[in-house]
Ligand binder design. Structure first.
Ligand SMILES: O=C([O-])C(=O)C[C@H](O)[C@@H](O)C(=O)[O-]
Length: 299
């Protein structure tokens, strides 16, 4: 199953008592899918996968699958301790997901060889296709990336390190090994900012957290890039994405908290983030509102 278009990474709404707000999750996903993404990636980084227990996770994935109703593929995050990653993978399969995004294991450091075994064990636990996320402590060499790309369950490789020299070598090595249908993704925080650079090394697909709260802007950018309208793409980058990234970079974790706050500012009460993330301050919310208004004014 080849993915195309803008990839929607929904937030996970929490109610005032801290539990998952399932009704609001369904509304958020319905609104997103109606706007026309190429796929839904639920309970991933933006969806605060790191904060969900397996029971909550399975419900979240099931809701995403039910609401999406086959209109586009639904991928679910999985990761953490290898035994738990396998358990999440099986839960996503039960919930009807079409695939998995394998997030990095936490806390430990390890060589690329260990990462190959981690991927092998998770992919052996499920029939679902797996996109492997290179980010944080999970960094491959071109050779180990080619080895996991050759595993029957692995269909894609996503990069969030921003190391374009490494990514270029991975793309060339993997393409010469597995060729064909294998897909690469730009998974940088606020990925639009680096879309032109990733396209230059052969990576066209990207995840869009901005799609959660401003699908109009996210889609306009995607259209501009796809049609070669560099002037529009650069204007959106300069006047919307760049100020957003500047605000994002003021506080660690804002890549997620600002997205959630922006969904609230656009009228859907998805609640705050779970610790250790923190919600934006009042000043930052006011700044975020201005950025949203300016982005919507551009499309
Ligand atoms: O797991 C995730 O949420 C991501 O892959 C990261 C975001 O969607 C990222 O690309 C972004 O912030 O636009």
């Amino acid at each position: 199953m080849r993915l195309t278009g803008v990839l929607f990474f929904p937030v996970t709404p929490f109610a005032a008592d801290g539990t998952v707000d399932e009704k609001t999750l369904a509304t958020h996903i319905e609104q997103g899918v109606a706007a026309g993404p190429g796929g839904v990636f639920v309970a991933c980084g933006t969806g605060e996968f790191h904060s969900l227990e397996p029971g909550e996770y399975e419900r979240v994935v099931r809701i995403a699958v039910e609401v999406t109703g086959g209109r586009v593929p639904v991928y679910a995050g999985a990761g953490g301790p290898v035994a738990l990653a396998a358990r999440f993978a099986r839960a996503a399969e039960r919930a009807g997901a079409d695939g998995l995004l394998l997030l990095p294991p936490y806390l430990v450091t390890f060589p690329p060889e260990g990462l190959v075994r981690y991927v092998e064990q998770v992919t052996a636990a499920t029939r679902l296709p797996l996109i492997v996320y290179q980010r944080g402590n999970a960094v491959f060499t071109p050779e180990t990336a080619a080895r996991i790309a050759a595993l029957p369950g692995v269909t894609g490789f996503k990069d969030g390190t921003g190391d374009l020299d490494l990514m270029q070598r991975i793309v060339l090595t993997v393409r010469s090994t597995v060729g064909g249908d294998f897909q690469f993704f730009n998974g940088m925080p606020t990925a639009e900012m680096t879309v032109p650079a990733y396209r230059a090394v052969g990576v066209d697909l990207y995840s869009s957290a901005v799609f959660c709260f401003a699908p109009e802007v996210s889609l306009a950018f995607h259209r501009a890039v796809g049609s070669g309208d560099t002037a529009t793409a650069e204007r959106l980058l300069a006047e919307f994405f760049q100020p957003l990234v500047a605000l994002r970079d003021t506080v660690p974790g804002y890549a997620i908290s600002l997205i959630k706050a922006a969904v609230r500012l656009r009228g859907l009460d998805v609640g705050g983030v779970r610790p250790p993330l923190v919600d934006p301050s009042e000043d930052h919310l006011a700044e975020l509102q201005k950025i949203i208004d300016s982005g919507l004014g551009l499309v």
